[in-house]
Design a protein around this ligand. Structure first.
Ligand SMILES: Cc1cc2nc3c(=O)[nH]c(=O)nc-3n(C[C@H](O)[C@H](O)[C@H](O)COP(=O)(O)O)c2cc1C
Length: 216
């Protein structure tokens, strides 16, 4: 495994992106290369308008049959954050209490109700999905996870930092905060302006192309 953490020389890549008329180097840094998982946040408020701006980008990411099952519980008040924090693993608890706002990301197992809008050419699937709860839940989870990735990048595009955390008692969260919704929780994302340069440790390496791919 590579342990090389020397900064990537992105000049060739930047030139390639620029010449292809794609995103410029500064945008690539903002969304990917310089964007870190945030562990601590300033006291700056995160407005609903900022969260909506991020969602309005993320919602365009593709999902199977356009089912778009990602749902979010915006956990904002101190009371709500304390309720969520009680179900987080100990190491993650204080971060939820301290964050300006936390998004509880969930998958809607009843996403098929929206198919007449989202997939009008497949509206007959509403009844078929109704009869297949296990297939539905798997499809909801898979596609909501995909959308969660789009959301993290969209939060960065909206000028926000994201601190995703999966260490939590998901079943307890579903029973407490999501009861009666048909939503199942995936993970939480603390959102705000990042405080401090480094999330508890320096940025770790990523696998490069040769390590992560095979070509047939
Ligand atoms: C789905 C998901 C779950 C995560 N769960 C936790 C967690 O429970 N606690 C934690 O401290 N960090 C958690 N992280 C943060 C990761 O460790 C971090 O994003 C990763 O190491 C990359 O860090 P970087 O963006 O600073 O390079 C999680 C990240 C993701 C995407």
């Amino acid at each position: 495994m590579s342990t090389d953490t020397t900064p990537l020389d992105t000049s060739d890549l930047d030139a390639e992106l620029d010449s292809a008329g794609l995103l410029d180097g500064a945008t690539a840094d903002l969304l990917f290369r310089e964007a870190r998982t945030a562990g601590a946040f300033t006291a700056d408020e995160v407005t609903d308008a900022q969260l909506r701006a991020a969602y309005d980008l993320a919602k365009w990411g593709p999902t199977a049959m356009n089912v778009t099952p990602l749902r979010m519980l915006v956990v904002r008040t101190p009371e709500a954050r304390a309720r969520l924090a009680a179900h987080m693993n100990e190491g993650n608890r204080q971060r939820v209490l301290d964050a300006p706002v936390t998004l509880l990301l969930a998958a809607d197992t009843r996403f098929h109700q929206h198919l007449p809008l989202l997939a009008p050419h497949r509206a007959e699937m509403v009844d078929r999905f109704e009869a297949m709860p296990q297939v539905r839940e798997q499809m909801a989870r898979n596609n909501a996870w995909l959308q969660a990735g789009y959301l993290i990048v969209a939060l960065r595009a909206a000028g926000l930092a994201a601190g995703p955390m999966g260490g939590m008692d998901a079943a307890a969260i579903d029973a407490d905060l999501l009861a009666g919704t048909g939503w199942v929780s995936l993970f939480v994302v603390n959102v705000g302006q990042a405080e401090g340069a480094q999330y508890p440790f320096p940025r770790a390496a990523r696998l490069d192309w040769d390590q992560a791919t095979r070509t047939l």
